[in-house]
Design a protein around this ligand. Structure first.
Ligand SMILES: *Cc1c(COP(=O)(O)O)cnc(C)c1O
Length: 341
């Protein structure tokens, strides 16, 4: 049985959160003399601390109640808050897989939480047998699963099994889910009280600069996120940017289709190049490519002003290529084809 109170840090459970002016009076009309704002200017008022308008749009899009949604300053805030809610510094632990997104590690370090890194198998899938030893550890509170996984690009299987076996919290990082053929775990929140699904406006929605990340979970977990977030964690400008992206859904669909089409074009072109050894299948907007020598290829591309991500330290001789515009992708292939074996 999953018992949230047993997973949450005591100080967070007992915390009386800060009550901001805008959370105590939520009306829109009136003479506002409550928040020590400046009466002049255009960005002079504090934003809605709970982003109600944005959440109500997301609720419709994702078919989930508003109470199951948290909005953060990028999904990196969601990761950080999860550590702070669930893991006692210097004592409790989290677990993820490798290779994966580097922020779990950094955020664990910042929060003084030990992060266990279990290697994915050759197909970059979870090796269930090697996991058994860890799941019963009383001090293990959080598991991060990135699917589609960054930097490998594949969907991760057996997430349901983890949700069933583990008594702590499982965070499924779906930063790339909009590009994926796999379904989101959002519709399993009712089924699993220990599930947090994290998504972002940074990738498929094209708003990396706006810093808007979302978490979907049981209302009890969402309340904890709201309890410890900074009072006005998403700016008015950023809430508006996300709202306007949601209102322009057809543009989102159109761009996403172009990116997926371009990814397929890139995969085809890459497979003909002598410096490419292997192309990993991708359900995201990037491709992990094994080259004959990642350091050399990366540097030669930089010399030609094409910047890829050198992932040699994570997966030997691999570079990660983000899908760009047709023109950008042509430039990449053109430069890569000039590099000698
Ligand atoms: C890019 C990325 C993020 C970052 O999301 P932000 O909302 O921009 O903070 C989170 N998780 C993964 C796996 C990513 O690749």
């Amino acid at each position: 049985m999953f018992e949230l109170e047993k997973i949450v840090r005591k100080n967070i459970l007992n915390l009386k959160p800060y009550s901001s002016a805008r959370s105590e009076f939520t009306g829109k009309e009136g003479v506002f003399l409550d928040a020590n704002e400046n009466p002049f200017g255009s960005l002079n008022r504090y934003p809605d601390p709970f982003q109600k308008e944005l959440k109500s749009k997301l609720a419709v899009l994702k078919s989930i109640p508003v109470e199951n949604i948290f909005i953060g300053n990028g999904s990196d805030e969601v990761i950080d808050l999860a550590f702070r809610i669930f893991c006692e510094p210097g004592k409790e632990k989290a677990l993820t897989f490798s290779p994966t997104y580097g922020m779990y590690d950094v955020s664990a370090e910042i929060n003084d939480v030990e992060l266990i890194k279990v290697p994915l198998n050759e197909s970059f899938q979870i090796d269930l047998a090697s996991l058994e030893n860890y799941l019963d550890d009383e001090l293990l509170k959080l598991i991060f699963i990135c699917s589609p996984n960054n930097p490998t690009g594949n969907n991760i299987e057996n997430i349901d099994l983890m949700l069933q076996k583990f008594k702590g919290i499982v965070i499924v990082d779906e930063a790339y889910i909009d590009f994926s053929t796999a379904g989101s775990f959002i519709n399993k929140i009712k089924q699993y009280p220990n599930l947090i699904v994290s998504q972002t406006f940074s990738k498929a929605w094209g708003l990396a600069s706006a810093r808007v990340g979302t978490a979907y979970a049981d209302t009890a977990i969402i309340s904890l996120f709201n309890k410890i977030k900074s009072p006005y964690n998403v700016s008015e400008l950023n809430q508006k940017a996300a709202l306007s992206a949601l209102e322009n859904y057809s543009e989102f669909e159109k761009r996403k289709a172009i990116i997926i089409e371009q990814k397929e074009w890139l995969e085809k072109q890459l497979s003909t190049l002598p410096v490419v050894n292997k192309i990993y299948p991708s359900d995201a907007n990037f491709i992990l490519v094994e080259t004959i020598d990642a350091n050399r290829i990366y540097n030669e591309l930089v010399d030609q002003k094409v910047i890829t991500r050198n992932r040699n330290s994570l997966v030997k001789n691999c570079i990660r290529i983000t899908v760009g515009t047709a023109e950008e992708n042509k430039k990449l292939i053109n430069e890569l084809s000039k590099i000698k074996r």
